[in-house]
Design a protein around this ligand. Structure first.
Ligand code: SAH
Length: 355
């Protein structure tokens, strides 16, 4: 992985780093392991204290380690959720959120700078996609957060800015690296990928032999309502999407998770719950699946009214009465604009922060 004439080591797999250590640095194999350990802990070349000075010199000449740089950090006074605004080597901005659960720390990562999917309630899509993130820019968000907070992250969700399946190859390389025992060694079962529903890529992902959880953003129980808030539905309507979800389960055995953002008066009525349970049962039958209800965070877009917690609880009861497994997602970090894209956007022309 060469970036600007130098090896982008954060984006490299262990095998690629081993080949680089052998062929470019002419060092012995154990140096690759040492290098990987330093990279995972977020150190710069100068701080790699068990490497010989000559190797560090060659590393500086031939490689880069472009960890995201913390521009702003917000800590929720309600629940301790931490949100970072990071800048990348070209001055682009992205966000990540670290949440503490009973079972450990979970981090929500961005996969693109901006997003082209155009969901009406989502702040990430304002201004469209600027560019895809490199694998190293995705894993770098975890490494820097771990170093900053002195923690070990146990769960990863690809639910920050961007559509992960619209950056397929880089996201796949990221998944392989983060799972590797030479890197952060996070199990696939502890990783969720959230998509707005790019069906051809869901089929591709099912063939990768990577038991991550697929999380599908549904947000509406029929095509008319879904196309209205999610343009992707015009290309991949609900029938096609839910068939892909069924096939994903049949291929991988992984329970599908559906995200359903409740928008007051738009998709949160009893008849919406009824229609949703019908369409899910029609396509998934007795297969296990789960619906995650998210009260919309209205800070996203104009004209999108926030949905209250009571409406979410009512919607959950309606689904459960129809034997659908559902939970209302805890809204963490509501005082720090923790929904994806809100921070990048709420800064207006975000670039002004650093100039
Ligand atoms: N592009 C992917 C992942 C990023 S969005 C996807 O669409 O799934 C992660 C989740 O947050 C999605 O379910 C998205 O619909 C939801 N989301 C976006 N903006 C939101 C808001 N303002 N309030 C609540 N949920 C929101």
């Amino acid at each position: 992985m060469i970036n600007g004439g130098k090896y982008d080591l954060l984006s490299c797999s262990y095998n690629q780093i081993s080949a680089y250590v052998k062929d470019v640095l002419h060092e012995r194999p154990f140096r690759a392991d040492q290098l990987c350990r330093w990279i995972s802990s977020g150190k710069s070349f100068e701080k790699m204290s068990n490497l010989p000075a000559s190797m560090i010199e060659k590393l500086k000449q031939t490689a880069v380690l472009s960890y995201p740089v913390i521009v702003k950090k917000f800590v929720s006074s309600i629940d301790g959720t931490v949100k970072y605004l990071f800048s990348l080597s070209d001055g682009e901005f992205i966000e990540s959120v670290v949440m503490q659960y009973e079972h450990g720390y979970s981090v929500c990562l961005s996969t693109q700078a901006g997003c082209d999917m155009g969901c009406r309630f989502c702040a990430s899509t304002i201004g469209g996609k600027v560019r895809d993130l490199l694998p190293g820019e995705i894993i770098g968000q975890i490494i820097v957060a771990q170093r900053d907070l002195s923690i070990r992250v146990s769960n990863v969700v690809l639910m920050g800015i961007g559509e992960p399946l619209d950056n397929y190859d880089n996201v796949l390389q990221f998944l392989r690296i983060v799972n590797s025992e030479k890197s952060l060694c996070i199990g696939y079962r502890h990783i969720s990928l959230s998509t707005c529903g790019i069906v051809d890529k869901i089929y591709r992902l099912a063939e990768e032999d990577m038991p991550i959880t697929l999380s599908v953003s549904l947000h509406a129980p029929n095509d008319a309502a879904r196309s209205d808030i999610m343009p992707v539905n015009r290309k991949f309507p609900l029938d096609v999407l839910l068939r892909a979800c069924r096939d994903y389960f049949d291929r991988t055995g992984r329970r599908i998770s559906f995200e359903y953002t409740l928008i007051s008066g738009k998709n949160d009525s009893v008849s919406d719950a009824d229609e949703l349970s019908h369409i899910l049962k029609k396509h998934l039958g007795k297969r296990p699946f789960h619906v995650n209800l998210i009260p919309v965070n209205a800070a996203g877009r104009a004209g999108i009214p926030g949905s209250d917690k009571r409406a979410a609880e009512r919607f959950k009861r309606e689904l459960e009465a129809r034997n659908i497994n559902a939970t209302v997602r805890r809204t963490l970090g509501s005082d720090i604009n923790a929904s994806c894209g809100q921070l990048r956007h709420s800064q207006g022309a975000v670039k002004e922060i650093v100039t």
